[in-house]
Design a protein around this ligand. Structure first.
Ligand code: ADE
Length: 236
């Protein structure tokens, strides 16, 4: 799978993604990630990428031209690699988008190429968004200074669903949210810590009973912590 991130701060993406599972997946060729600097595509001789909003208002906006040309350079590179660049989904990370969830991560993990667009300042000229963006996605109802951290978060959630990216494939299947339930609690050695014992059932060796216990506890935990996942009202 190939990720392409359009950003004014490529180092934020590279340093956020170069580690651990993602770094390994990149090294093994399962995954490629390019952070593309939008500023490299501005036609302005001072390398400017922002300007004042028409109609007034606070702050500056990212201009359409550098974003548009950056997008087309990526599409062209994808096409040169023999894939269908025009078909790649373009995800604009914005607090105005649909909230990112595990189901969305699963859907995106099926794509061959994904293009992220990270905004900065007070936003991006609407005309380029309407021309290139296919999905508007937020990571939650709060406002960050830019789209780079949300893009890293979404990439991380998607990458771990790509076959071969994780050491242990089954661990992605036992995640929270996989069956719309939170994951059950987990324990490792020693069997007793500060006088607290691991639940006896987990030491029993009876795998059917262990599975049954895990399902029951996962359900109870979901009911207490995230009743909304079960279609119930919470106390929020
Ligand atoms: N950019 C700024 N805040 C954001 C958020 N909550 N989600 C996605 N992109 C953002």
């Amino acid at each position: 799978m190939n990720f392409h991130v359009m950003t004014l701060f490529p180092e934020m993406i590279r340093s956020g993604m170069d580690t651990s599972i993602i770094g390994r997946a990149m090294a093994s060729g399962i995954l490629s990630l390019e952070a593309v600097n939008i500023r490299d595509y501005t036609l302005d001789k001072h390398k400017k990428v922002d300007d004042y909003p028409y109609g007034g208002g606070a702050g500056m906006l990212m201009q359409a031209q550098p974003v548009y040309d950056c997008y087309h350079a990526i599409v062209q590179r994808i096409a040169e690699s023999g894939r269908k660049g025009q078909k790649a989904r373009v995800i604009y990370v914005t607090p105005q988008g649909k909230t990112f969830q595990q189901q969305m991560a699963k859907e995106f993990a099926r794509e061959e190429d994904l293009i992220f667009l990270c905004g900065h300042y007070e936003g991006i000229d609407e005309r380029v968004l309407e021309q290139i963006v296919t999905d508007y996605v937020s990571i939650g109802d709060y406002v960050l200074t830019g789209g780079e951290l949300p893009a890293c978060i979404m990439t991380d959630a998607i990458v771990r669903l790509i076959p071969g990216a994780m050491n242990d494939e089954s661990s992605a299947l036992s995640d929270s949210f996989q069956d719309d339930l939170l994951a059950p609690p987990v324990y490792t050695r020693p069997a007793e810590f500060n006088g607290w014992r691991v639940p006896d059932i987990l030491l029993s060796g009876n795998h059917a009973k262990i599975r049954e216990w895990q399902e029951k506890v996962a359900y109870e935990r979901t009911k207490t912590l995230r009743p909304d996942l079960l279609g119930e009202q919470g106390d929020f």
